[in-house]
Design a binder for this molecule. Structure first.
Ligand SMILES: Cc1ncc(COP(=O)(O)O)c(C=O)c1O
Length: 441
C-alpha cells in the first residue's frame, strides 16, 4: 500500500476516529518529512533501531482517545434515550485483547470498567489499578480458585456461564459477594469468522435459551443478563435483535450487558460504523424493551486497542520463485500474531521508510517459524521490499501481545508506547533466560 503524505501532526483534541493515514492506522500516525512512518510522534525507524524488532508499537494517545470516545458515546446515548434514572453506562475494556499492566492503568484512569476472563487477567487488572467493583469476571469454565479469587478481591460482577458454575457459586458466594449476570446464548450469528462467533445456539458459551429462566432462579446475587454475539462484525442492528432476545425473559434486570465485538478496520477499504452508532442502537433498544432503570454495559476489546497498535518487523530474506511469487520473510510471525493462522484474519503492511511511495510489488509476507502456515500477509502490495527494511503491519493492537507465544524459542516482543515524540517500553522483550525461567532442576 502507499500512504498519503501528511505534514500536519495530529494531536490532542484534534483527533477523530480515523487519522490522516486512514484506516487501519493509528489516529496519531503520519508520514513525516523524511517520508518515514511516525507513530505517536516517533519515527518508526528510530523506535525499531532503539528497541529492536519485532516490536509492538502503540500510539498511546489513541488508547486514551478511544477510551474517552467510547465512554462519551454511551453517556451521550443514555442522555438521549434515558430518563436520568439509570446508573451510568459501563464501558468495559475486554482486557483479553491487550492484557498489559500499562493498558489497564490507562483505561482505569479514563473511567472505563474492566472485563477479565481468568484469574491471571484479574491479577493484572488489579495490579493496573482497577478498583475491584469496576471489574467483571467472565469464563466458561472458571475454577473454584478463580471464583474464590474474584470473591476475595470484591469484583463488582461475575458472569455465570453454566449450571455447574451456579452450583459452585452457591457454595462459595457470600450474600454480600459480587453481583451476578447470567450469560445467555441468544441464538444469533453475526457475519464474522466461525471461530469468533459466540452467540449462536451451538456454542460453548452461555446458557441455552430454554434454560435461562431456570438459571436465573438458581443464580446467587442475580442482577441481570449478558450476551456476547462474537467479534469483528460491522452489523450495528444485530444488537437490537440481541437486546430483544434478552428482554423476552420475565425478570427484573438491573443490568443489561450486550458484550463487545465492535468491528475495526484491518484493511484500507474497511469503514466500520462509528462508536456512536453502536451506542445509540444499543441504548435505544434497551430503553425501548427494558425501560429506564437498567444499567447498560458493553465490552469492547479490539475497538479500544486494535488500531492503536502496529507491529514493526525487519525483513530478513527475500526469495523469488520464478513464475510463482516473491516471499518476504520477517523476524516474527505466528508467535507475535496468530490471528491470520487462527481465523484467516487479514492485515496489510507498509515499508516504514517508504511509507508514502506507491507500492509496486505483490508479495507474500511470511514469518520465521517452522510452519508453512506461518503467513502473515498472503498477498500484499509493498514498495520493493529489501533485506533490512522495516515492515509495519497496522491494527495489531488487539490479540497480538495477548496471544503471543514462544514457539520455536522465539522471544516475545516488547510493547512500546509512543506519545508526543517519546517512546517508552512498557513491557520489555523477553530474554533467553526467560525461556528457561520456569525450569525446575
Ligand atoms: C465475553 C466477551 N466480551 C467481549 C469480548 C471482546 O471482543 P472484541 O475484542 O471483539 O470486542 C470477547 C472476545 O472474545 C468476549 O468473549
Amino acid at each position: 500500500m502507499a500512504l498519503q503524505h501528511d505534514t500536519e501532526k495530529v494531536s490532542g483534541e484534534a483527533f477523530n476516529e480515523v487519522g490522516p493515514l486512514g484506516p487501519p492506522f493509528p489516529i496519531d500516525a503520519r508520514v513525516n518529512d523524511a517520508g518515514h512512518l511516525e507513530i505517536g510522534g516517533c519515527d518508526v525507524l528510530d523506535v525499531a533501531k532503539q528497541f529492536g524488532t519485532p516490536s509492538y508499537i502503540y500510539a498511546a494517545g489513541d488508547l486514551r482517545y478511544r477510551a474517552r470516545a467510547a465512554v462519551k458515546a454511551f453517556h451521550d446515548a443514555e442522555a438521549k434515550f434515558g430518563d436520568g434514572t439509570a446508573d451510568e453506562p459501563g464501558v468495559l475494556f475486554a482486557s483479553k485483547s491487550f492484557p498489559c499492566t500499562a493498558a489497564y492503568r490507562l483505561m482505569a484512569a479514563e473511567g472505563i470498567y474492566c472485563d477479565v476472563a481468568s484469574g491471571g487477567e484479574l491479577h493484572l487488572a488489579l495490579k493496573g489499578g482497577f478498583s475491584p467493583e469496576r471489574i467483571l469476571m467472565h469464563g466458561n469454565n472458571k475454577t473454584d480458585a478463580e471464583l474464590e479469587q474474584a470473591i476475595a478481591a470484591g469484583v463488582g460482577y461475575i458472569v455465570i456461564d453454566s449450571f455447574d458454575e451456579i452450583d459452585r457459586l452457591n457454595k462459595l458466594m457470600p450474600s454480600d459477594g459480587p453481583r451476578t449476570l447470567v450469560r445467555v446464548a441468544p441464538g444469533i450469528k453475526p457475519s464474522t469468522h466461525a471461530y469468533i462467533q459466540t452467540g449462536q445456539v451451538d456454542s460453548k458459551f452461555g446458557i441455552p435459551l430454554s434454560q435461562v429462566e431456570q438459571a436465573i432462579q438458581k443464580a446467587p446475587n442475580f442482577v441481570g443478563l449478558h450476551c456476547h454475539l462474537g467479534s469483528q462484525f460491522f452489523e450495528v442492528e444485530i444488537f437490537k435483535a440481541a437486546v430483544e432476545v434478552l428482554a423476552g425473559f420475565e425478570v427484573d434486570c438491573k443490568v443489561v450487558n450486550v458484550g463487545g465485538g465492535f468491528g475495526i478496520p484491518y484493511l484500507e477499504h474497511e469503514h466500520p460504523p462509528a462508536i456512536d452508532s453502536y451506542a445509540e442502537q444499543i441504548t435505544s433498544a434497551v430503553r425501548e424493551t427494558f425501560g429506564f432503570g437498567a444499567k447498560i454495559m458493553v465490552e469492547p476489546g479490539r475497538w479500544l486497542v486494535g488500531n492503536a497498535g502496529v507491529t514493526a518487523y525487519t525483513v530478513g530474506t527475500v526469495k523469488e520463485i520464478p513464475g510463482v511469487r516473491r516471499y518476504v520473510a520477517v523476524d516474527g510471525g505466528m508467535s507475535d500474531n496468530i490471528r491470520p493462522m487462527l481465523y484467516e484474519a487479514e492485515y496489510t503492511g507498509v515499508i516504514a521508510d517508504r511509507a508514502a511511495v506507491q507500492a509496486d510489488r505483490d508479495v507474500r509476507v511470511v514469518g520465521m517459524h517452522c510452519e508453512s502456515g506461518d503467513v502473515i500477509l498472503p498477498e500484499v502490495m509493498l514498495h520493493e521490499p529489501n533485506v533490512g527494511d522495516t515492515l509495519v503491519v497496522p491494527a495489531t493492537g488487539a490479540y497480538g501481545h495477548a496471544m503471543a507465544s514462544n514457539y520455536n524459542g522465539v522471544l516475545r516482543p516488547p510493547v512500546v508506547f509512543c506519545e508526543r515524540g517519546e517512546a517508552r517500553v512498557v513491557v520489555r522483550r523477553e530474554t533467553h533466560d526467560d525461556l528457561s525461567a520456569r525450569d525446575v532442576e
